[in-house]
Design a protein around this ligand. Structure first.
Ligand code: CTP
Length: 397
């Protein structure tokens, strides 16, 4: 429920602007009040009259409206809300936000606000996939802007792909999460993610194919349930999640230090693909070719971070979740791994190359607990993450 919450809704100029009418209705139905702002382009798609009739408030349209400035200046307007929602967030609005332009009322409010901001992007698929938009998206996420959608599907322009604005009910759910208390509010959780790099010499290292996508999605899902997340990541490709504490490490030993420094936590999710071995004979200077002789590398075993945390006495997190990356006999290996390491749950997946899971956008996992094995359907990593986070919230209740 959003009773008493105030949303400043900035409507951008795109065909999806019509979805805002439904969004306003849903928000008001939940008890929220909506202060609407429209860009000039938005008025080409929906009329200010429809918007203000549904919102029950005047639509703010002009930066230089002296009457309104006298009643409520644009700075004050940007501060009255609990959340600023930009929907649809067009490529143009996203670019303005990423650049910090303040060239009309909408962009000026976004620059002046001190409240959290959420955007629901909507645009043609090529515009969404354009490197400039993706760059702007990364900047906005880095600034802590929450993003809902876009969805994949048929578009008004006749093309197919990502770019459709998220449905009003999904935007409402995201607003609910952003403003609600969330079942994990006040709980501190740890997530490890990504590969580790184990140096051979100052320029060479041993690594693995983990992209960090699943760990990142889990950190985001836990954050969205209100948790305070410490995200310890190796050198992963995936963009770092916004709104969490990020600790960058390189080697397994550095990851171990960072994990211990993050304790105590209510729960730990160990999604990192930690290198089992490091090069014991790592050289301090670049190894040179000498008369065709081949270098011999000796290995030492890395500390098993998951096993250490699972088996610590006092100070052990109430819930420890490990991952098992297997290429064969997944359930048997993973069940044995849960016992051996002493963690509460294991999320097991088949990382054989033909599954496309390692480095891909989907995952198909088994959840192994003391009660047995559950097979979860193959789904986007974000979906698997949301399901896991919801289960964790239930277990920590
Ligand atoms: N893990 C860890 N520290 C290590 C190795 C693994 O914390 N040094 C954690 C991983 O983050 C994961 C779990 O242990 O949650 C299992 O990792 P996995 O690579 O599947 O298992 P291994 O311990 O390497 O076991 P095996 O070699 O038998 O597959």
């Amino acid at each position: 429920m959003l009773a008493g919450k105030r949303i400043l809704l900035i409507i951008g100029g795109g065909i999806a602007a019509y979805k805002c009418l439904e969004l306003i209705r849903l928000l008001r139905g939940q008890g929220a009040s909506v202060t609407p702002v429209m860009t000039r382009a938005a008025e080409e798609f929906v009329t200010p009259l429809s918007v203000s009739a549904l919102a029950g408030e005047v639509v703010h349209r002009d930066l230089f409206d002296l009457t309104k400035e006298a009643e409520m200046g644009h700075i004050q307007l940007s501060r009255v809300a609990d959340l600023v929602v930009v929907a649809p967030a067009t490529a143009d609005l996203m670019a303005k936000m990423a650049q910090g332009l303040a060239s009309d009322l909408a962009s000026t409010l976004l620059m002046a606000t001190d409240t959290p901001v959420m955007i629901a992007p909507a645009m043609n698929v090529r515009m969404w996939e354009h490197p400039a938009t993706q760059r702007n998206l990364a900047v906005l996420q880095g600034d802590g802007v929450r993003v809902v959608g876009p969805d994949v599907g048929d578009m008004a322009c006749g093309e197919h792909g990502p770019g459709r604005m998220a449905e009003p009910a999904a935007v409402l759910a995201a607003i609910d999460t952003a403003l609600g208390d969330g079942p994990l509010k006040g709980r501190r959780v740890l997530v490890t993610s990504g590969p580790t790099h184990e140096p051979i010499d100052p320029v060479r290292y041993i690594a693995n194919r983990s992209s960090g996508a699943q760990g990142t999605a889990i950190a985001e899902a836990l954050r969205d349930l209100g948790a305070e997340v410490v995200f310890v990541t190796g050198p992963a490709d995936a963009a770092r999640p916004a709104g969490v504490q990020v600790v960058e490490v390189e080697t397994a030993r550095e990851m171990r230090e960072a994990v211990h420094a993050a304790l105590p936590v209510a729960a730990g999710v160990f999604a990192a693909a930690v290198a089992d071995w490091r090069v014991a004979t790592a050289s301090g200077s670049k190894i040179k070719k000498v008369n065709g002789a081949l270098p011999v590398l000796e290995f030492a075993e890395n500390p098993d971070i998951l096993a250490e945390v699972s088996q610590m006495g006092a100070g052990r997190p109430a819930l420890v979740v490990g991952f098992a990356a297997e290429t064969d006999d997944v359930e048997r290996h993973a069940t044995a791994k849960r016992q051996r390491k002493g963690c509460d749950w294991i999320v097991a997946n088949d990382v054989s190359p033909e599954t496309g899971i390692m480095g891909g956008s989907e995952n198909a996992v088994l959840l192994i607990t003391a009660d047995g094995t559950e097979t979860w359907p193959r789904a986007a990593k974000a979906e698997v993450a949301r399901r896991l986070a919801a289960r964790m919230a239930e277990a920590l209740r």
